[in-house]
Ligand binder design. Structure first.
Ligand code: NAP
Length: 300
């Protein structure tokens, strides 16, 4: 265990004993360190992802650190809404409660591609599948006292926009623009979800976060020459905004956490700056309607 990470956990992470936590993409990068910390703090952590052997390897590696909690694998391909439906149906059979859902998995700037249902892959994997997963698990969240949904966005949300005429890649592919759009969608979702939860007076918290610049597998499609010129945090440090969003005592509806350094690129967790584009309730409502229409999952 990295000693700085252990120190941060000891100082900041409340006990998670008795909690059931589901994290997508928990086999790698930020998700891996989030799962490690939460399992160390006593939670039952379900790592959901598309690659069973990578997940098994991650679970073994976390267990080797000596955890108070427990771990379980969940197999879901977020590039398929059918897979999300099947996984959510199995999850509710296997789990009578869900304290924390962490919408963490993501892809960045892959070669042009579409999800099984024909959506641009980053919009589909990063946003639409998490919209559907959250909705399909909402009953479990609502019936679990003090539950939270944490959604990973990015500083890339700034300056992005949702192009409702290009969600199925109707226009020429722009890998960066599509990634930025998906991360704006994540933040619009987290904030709109919070407003809708409040409107029905449910007690679920919707919280967002971003990890600044963190070295992970996410950059696998980026030119190494560009990466060499950039400064990144290690993955354990990039997981800290997620851990605060998921477990902090003073967290409120609609909070957004990121690193506290210049430009929010690195540092330790603090309240982050939300771009005006993410607070546009007209766009947020339209995006929610699109999510409900195309996934067939209507909530809250
Ligand atoms: N790293 C950064 O600097 C940074 C900055 C801003 C935001 N973020 C956000 O942080 C989150 C975590 O990313 P990371 O940096 O930790 O990257 P990562 O190491 O690549 O982890 C991403 C995870 O998502 C999973 N995933 C990808 N496609 C999937 C699919 N179709 N179905 C199921 N799981 C899928 C990956 O599974 P496989 O291992 O099978 O590929 C992996 O477990 C993402 O939402 C990302 O957008 C990261």
């Amino acid at each position: 265990m990295i000693s700085e990470f252990q120190h941060w956990i000891d100082q900041n992470l409340p006990s998670q004993k008795g909690k059931t936590i589901l994290i997508t993409g928990g086999n790698s990068g930020i998700g891996y360190y989030s799962a490690l910390a939460l399992a160390k703090a006593g939670a039952h952590v379900v790592i959901a992802g598309r690659n069973p052997s990578k997940i098994d390897q991650a679970i073994k590696s976390i267990e080797a650190e000596g955890v108070d909690g427990s771990l379980k694998a969940g197999i879901v391909d977020l590039a398929s809404l059918e897979s999300v439906r099947q996984y959510a149906a199995q999850f509710v059979v296997d789990h009578s409660k869900l304290d924390i859902l962490i919408n963490n998995a993501g892809v960045m700037m892959p070669p042009e591609g579409k999800t099984e249902e024909g959506f641009e892959s980053q919009f589909g994997v990063n946003y639409l599948s998490h919209f559907a997963l959250t909705g399909l698990l909402f009953d479990r969240l609502q019936s679990t006292t003090g539950s939270r949904v944490v959604t990973l966005s990015s500083i890339a949300h700034r300056g992005a926009q949702i192009d409702f005429d290009n969600l199925r890649l109707e226009k020429p592919y722009d890998q960066k623009r599509e990634y930025y759009q998906s991360k704006l969608a994540n933040l619009l979702f987290a904030l709109e979800f919070g407003r809708r939860i409040d409107a029905i007076e449910a007690s679920v918290l919707s919280v967002a976060c971003h990890p600044g610049f963190t070295k992970t597998e996410l950059q696998r499609h980026v030119d190494p020459a560009i990466l060499e010129k950039m400064t990144f945090m290690d993955a354990w440090q990039g997981s800290l905004p997620t851990l605060v969003a998921a477990t902090g005592h003073n967290v409120i509806q609609g909070d957004y956490f990121g690193p506290d350094g210049p430009g929010e690129l690195g540092g330790f967790p603090a309240i982050g700056e939300i771009d005006a584009s993410a607070m546009d309730t007209h766009v947020a409502n339209r995006l929610w309607d699109v999510g409900q229409d195309v996934t067939g999952v209507a909530y809250p």
